[in-house]
Design a protein. Sequence first.
Length: 241
Amino acid sequence: MKIGIISDIHANLPALEKVYSELEKEVDEVYFLGDIVGYGPYPNECIEYLSKFGYSVLGNHDAAVADLRTYEDFNPYAQFAIDWTKERISWENIEKLRKLPLIIEDNNFCLVHGSIREPLDEYLINYYSVLANFEIMDENICFFGHSHLAGVFVYSDKEIYYVNFSEEGELKLQKNNKYLINPGSVGQPRDGNWKSSFVIYDIDKKLLKFKRVAYDVGKIQNYMKLLGFPKQLWERLQYGR
């Protein structure tokens, strides 16, 4: 069985359409790790894709739009996007966001947006946060998002190391190791590669394939300009930051 793992769409419909069209050809199911809204201009259209995903969890921007958390701690650009989205999202789609779980544990792996310790907000980007999560993992594999950085933390014989996947690549999973796996971002990569990022996990072969696909970034940039989005939000898309 093959599973597509995606995260951090952030209302970028052109990117989502491209990624989903690629995954449809190869996988049996698609799992989503949160933040379907925020930053981008297509919240309602992207939320419609939730019905296509096998599993989905709540992200911090999803929670902010659905009034499940405050967002004073967001940067001004993120706050702008949350306010913009809240004025335009349908009530039915808000209810869909509110029903998303914080974490899913199934079939010997878990799905979460931030981390096991703090499902919405913790960034797994330093040794101590990664170690703390490895120590409380019940499963050997956890897929997470939030940082928009494609890569894998490996816990092997009490040693932690990181494998960067800002470009495409593969990783064979070993039985006795633990893994924290970030597929990167569909709608707003931040690893210096503007192309949408996702993972295909072959359960039978225990093989991860990190993939990148180009999408029509100019289309969404022009639309965001037309809608009056701050330059910071649309310009960053072409640089992957």
